[in-house]
Design a protein around this ligand. Structure first.
Ligand code: 8X3
Length: 344
């Protein structure tokens, strides 16, 4: 009988990491699960044991703490040391600040987690793979690494670094059987956005409004596929998005009828109260529209208050439309930041 493979997953207590743990567990792998939240890790372990009889070893530590990572890996019992697959999944982002306005301490956390911790884990685990002549490193990149987007510059830079680290490692290991994969998810509904919006759940929920986002389990399907294909096949990189997402900023969202009605009534109210409104001049490639929006209004006010169709919105110059489609803000974006507007 083939020996069961060992997969080590960082950030396994929730989201994509938890999804990966579930997928590998149901396929008979032995799991080393890392995370910071011991209680959540225990809950995942319990579920995987009850549902799949999985063999799970918990290795809680903060991936940013290089010494703790080293000590934890050293502490693994002999029968758990030969890691076959390293899923470098732990990652986060805090805030949607502009590059010239954000908090450098928060960005230290973001860079340390997404880049330096991934590198440290690779440095700790891969030499053993090289010695054993087998292994697979699966890094969690992101669509964010392909193109920068508003308010995402540090996170996008980190995920671009994950791509470069994956490509570099693949080059450095080219004369070995070890495979390196970079998975680049688009919109995935996890706790990720709650952390990004510093705990503001409503703002986080808005990211996924009107679209069916992917789940951690969906990404786990792709991670598992990359791991399970025959060993002469190296899935180098996968970009995976919901059906209605095209790029990091272009997403098609469906409105719901009930909400449309409320918004329409809201628009009527806005029009009747137009005395209180400011006039806003929106430039399109062909013409300039003078529209009304209340002081401090949002794109939603502009959109519904002026009966702008989606097509109108799309006609507003490409960069502006990108802003409008930008999922973090959607229709709740303040008029002034959603569109390049001038007060008429
Ligand atoms: C997370 C995906 O779209 O928020 O890596 O950048 S996105």
């Amino acid at each position: 009988m083939m020996e069961k493979k060992i997969v080590l997953i960082t950030g396994a207590s929730s989201g994509i990491g938890e999804g990966c743990a579930r997928k590998f567990a149901m396929n008979g792998y032995r799991l080393i699960l890392n995370g910071r939240n011991v209680e959540k890790l225990n809950a995942v372990k319990k579920e995987l044991l009850e549902k799949y009889g999985a063999d799970v070893y918990l290795l809680p530590f903060d991936v940013r703490d290089r010494q703790a990572a080293h000590a934890a890996l050293e502490s693994l019992p002999e029968e758990w040391k030969a890691v076959d697959i390293l899923v470098n999944n732990a990652g986060l982002v805090i805030g949607v600040d502009k590059e010239h306005e954000g908090n450098l301490d928060e960005w230290d956390i973001v860079i340390d987690t997404n880049v330096k911790a991934l590198l440290a884990m690779t440095r700790l685990v891969v030499p053993g793979m090289v010695e054993r002549g087998r292994g697979h490193v699966i890094n969690m990149g992101s669509i964010a690494g392909d193109y920068a987007y508003p308010g995402g510059s540090v996170y996008c830079a980190c995920k671009a670094a994950v791509k470069a680290l994956s490509d570099g490692l693949r080059i450095d290991l080219v004369d070995t059987p070890i495979r390196v994969t970079n998975i680049k998810p688009g919109l995935v509904e996890t706790n990720f956005s709650v952390v990004r919006f510093r705990g503001n759940r409503e703002a986080a929920d808005n990211v996924y409004k009107g679209i069916r986002p992917l789940t951690g389990d969906d990404i786990a399907e792709v991670v598992y596929f990359a791991a399970a294909v025959p060993e002469h096949i190296q899935i180098a990189e996968v970009l995976v998005m919901p059906a209605n997402q095209a790029t990091g900023t272009i997403v098609s969202r469906k409105q719901n009828l009930y909400k449309d009605m409320i918004n329409f009534l809201f628009g009527v109210l806005l029009l009747t109260g137009s005395l209180l409104a400011q006039n806003v001049c929106v430039s399109t490639p062909k013409t300039s529209l003078v529209l009304s929006a209340p002081e401090g209004g949002t794109l939603r006010h502009l959109y519904y208050g002026n009966r702008l169709s989606e097509a109108d919105l799309q006609n507003i110059s490409a960069a502006e439309a990108n802003h409008a489609a930008y999922p973090e803000y959607g229709l709740n974006a303040p008029v002034e930041t959603a569109l390049a507007v001038k007060h008429a």
